[in-house]
Design a protein around this ligand. Structure first.
Ligand code: AMP
Ligand code: GLY
Length: 446
């Protein structure tokens, strides 16, 4: 591109999109943000913002006609599942993000499970899909066959649609009752074997059959310290300087990459459409080997904040290579640093979060501490005041040579955000990581 700056349209308003915005703006380009609430961090980095519902295609079309972007980056899963990429393509704008058909890897758990089965991809879990007209006895028989099960909605549930037997559901009767609750909403249910092990996230840039892996990270789904409380969108995550985890070796990561590579190829074969976007595998190392729990068709939130700040290769180069189908030619590099991300969330989250509460963010103090911050579900009012909405508010990230140092930086920096918020103090701590190691030793996996 000679003389003219590249124009990138970014869709979404969370911390993940703030992390994408920051990584893009390390290059000299113009960013345009389409978001449903004004994320102050993204707004500051953008040439222009448009506030509208993400499925307001009239507003979106006006915005693209106005800015004429070179391409778009779609952050969250809902617009992908609804076909925003198809809409933009019709208007002549390519996207980083899969088409509606391909976004089913996340939007339909049964699509992914069936695909893996059909294409003989390793890592598959024993599962069965039950339609809303299923008989109770069929569910009972299947639960008896598997022993313990996990009950999932087939569609998108923001990470909160999964219930585990023995934990959230105490017996078969409760499993059946939860299935019926989902059936009443007209949705199928996926029942699958309950696995035991340790989880990690592998996020890959994917363009057709080419994949580039980012460092693996581990998220913390439970709301409270010690992995207690309800499931959330993710309370924090960490990654290690060697791009592995203290309990996940290189061999396992290679296996996970192979599963993603085979899946990208299978998607192309199955749908006839190249997958262009992020493919994030939620893996679990179990007593039965490496298993894929789920795919996401986008970066993780919080895991985007672990990997994007480490990119040495400009993100714009990676995205351009993906769109131009030249990803295999690019050498994508990451810094060998550890990261710890801690989410500050409203009191009461995720069950009854305190909304519209003002918070005070001492940005300079956070930066001086060597940490970084990413705004998530907050809104900046015309007065400049920042208020919480109903979800995770601010992600604080520490980056250092070791996880231990990164954790200390992140923890200290959380004290510079004031308001009715809480966070998990144990994310990235030595004690919690040791617990993960001990767990795998106990299971005879390590
Ligand atoms: P998902 O939305 O599929 O990622 O599930 C949310 C969380 O539920 C995962 O991160 C796991 O902690 C847990 N989970 C999901 N599927 C299983 C499974 N088959 N066995 C054990 N835990 C699971
Ligand atoms: N970290 C979980 C997710 O992004 O879905």
């Amino acid at each position: 591109m000679t003389g003219k700056k590249c124009k990138v349209l970014l869709v979404g308003q969370g911390a993940r999109e703030h992390a994408i915005a920051k990584a893009l703006k390390r290059s000299d380009l113009e960013l345009y943000a389409f978001m449903k609430a004004k994320n102050p961090g993204i707004a500051k980095l953008s040439t222009k913002v448009k506030i509208a519902k993400l499925n307001d295609y009239i507003a979106l079309e006006e915005f693209i006609n106005d800015i004429q972007p070179n391409f778009a980056v779609i952050g969250p899963e809902n617009p992908l599942a609804e076909g925003i990429v198809n809409f933009l393509k019709d208007k002549g704008v390519e996207s980083i993000g899969p088409t509606k058909t391909n976004a089913r890897v996340e939007a339909s758990k049964s699509f992914t499970r069936d695909l893996m089965k059909k294409y003989n991809i390793p890592g598959i879990i024993e599962f069965k899909v039950f339609q809303p007209d299923s008989k109770d006895q069929d569910i009972i028989d299947y639960v008896n066959k598997l022993g313990k099960v996990v009950v999932k909605r087939d569609g998108l549930a923001g990470g909160k649609g999964v219930k585990l037997m023995g934990e959230h559901l105490l017996g078969i009767a409760e499993v059946v009752a939860f299935c019926k609750e989902i059936f009443q909403q007209g949705e199928p249910v996926v029942l699958e074997e309950l696995l035991v092990g340790e989880e990690f996230s592998l996020q890959c840039f994917v363009s057709g059959e080419d994949i580039v892996a980012t460092p693996i990270a581990q998220d913390h789904k439970r709301a409270f310290d010690g992995d207690q409380g309800p499931n959330t969108g993710g309370m924090g995550s960490y990654s290690a300087e060697d791009h592995l985890l203290p309990f996940i070796q290189a061999k396992i990561v290679e296996e996970a990459k192979e599963i993603i590579r085979k899946s990208a190829k299978a998607i192309k074969e199955e749908t006839g459409q190249d997958y262009c976007g992020i493919l994030y595998g939620g893996f679990m190392l179990t007593t039965k080997g490496l298993k894929l729990l789920e795919y996401n068709a986008r970066f993780g939130d919080p895991e985007a904040m672990n990997v994007l700040p480490l990119l040495k290769t400009p993100l714009i180069d990676v995205f351009n290579a993906m769109i131009n189908k030249k990803l295999a030619e690019l050498n994508v590099e990451f810094e060998h640093k550890a990261t710890v991300c801690k989410y500050l969330v409203p009191e009461g989250y995720p069950v009854s979060p305190k909304k519209e509460e003002p918070i005070d963010v001492a940005v300079e103090k956070i930066i001086n501490e060597g940490a970084d911050l990413y705004y998530s579900s907050v809104s900046e009012l015309a007065t400049g005041k920042i208020i919480t909405t109903s979800s995770r508010a601010i992600a604080i990230v520490g980056i250092a040579d070791t996880i231990e140092q990164a954790e200390k930086i992140a923890e200290k920096a959380t004290t510079f955000v004031k308001g009715p918020l809480f966070h998990r103090k144990d994310v990235g701590t030595k004690a919690l990581i040791q617990k993960r190691i001990d767990h795998l030793v106990e299971l005879n996996i390590l």
